[in-house]
Design a protein around this ligand. Structure first.
Ligand code: IMP
Ligand code: MG
Length: 176
């Protein structure tokens, strides 16, 4: 525990173990097929970095910047969207990597954007989903790390007003 968190939701060790399991699940589905990861900035960067180091060396990664919360702790409507350069995705296997699924709006947006590029497959890998995410009509993750309570959490890439992304564990910030 550190002074910044009121409660630890997932320890460093729990995250490490689950990310390894996810990498194995991904590997058993794709094998040696060329796989393109698209990491949704900025929250999923740390998750993606841990994941990609356990996938075949041919795995590529690119980024998409989306922001729905700005400085708030509840979604602020349609996400801001910045497409960053990606290769031609036609006929490729693409895996969107996201930190957390709440309303699903961000992922739905990203999914629609990349489906237009006619990939051979487009799947979703999310580290966290908030309880009750299944009842939303939005896209469901093909790979999911943990379901967590409906609390605002930080750490392991997730921020509150751009802070706490570097914490090795995930928890509820003390100043919220
Ligand atoms: P959605 O579009 O409602 O699914 O929101 C997903 C995005 O909101 C994620 O990519 C996060 O950037 C952000 N987000 C959602 N819940 C949290 C949270 O508990 N902590 C930090 N960011 C969050
Ligand atoms: Mg995000």
């Amino acid at each position: 525990m550190n002074d910044f968190l009121r409660q630890v939701v997932l320890s460093q060790e729990q995250i490490r173990q689950r990310v390894s399991e996810l990498a194995r699940e991904i590997l058993s589905l794709y094998g040696d097929t060329r796989l393109i990861l698209i990491s949704i900035l900025k929250g999923s960067v740390i998750f993606m970095s841990d994941l990609v180091r356990q996938l075949p060396p041919s795995t590529e990664f690119y980024f998409l910047q989306l922001s729905s919360y700005r400085d708030a702790t509840v979604p602020q409507g349609k996400p801001d969207f910045y497409a960053l350069p990606v290769p031609d995705l036609r006929g490729q296997h693409v895996l969107l990597v996201e930190d957390i699924l709440d309303t699903g709006q961000s992922l739905e947006y990203a999914q629609r954007h990349f489906l237009e590029m006619k990939p051979a497959s487009l799947r979703i890998c999310v580290l966290l989903a908030k309880e009750g995410y299944e009842s939303s009509p939005m896209p469901k993750p093909d790979f999911l790390g943990f379901v967590i309570p409906r609390e605002f959490v930080v750490g392991y890439g997730l921020d509150y007003q751009e802070r706490y992304r570097g914490l090795p564990e995930i928890g509820i910030p003390a100043d919220l």
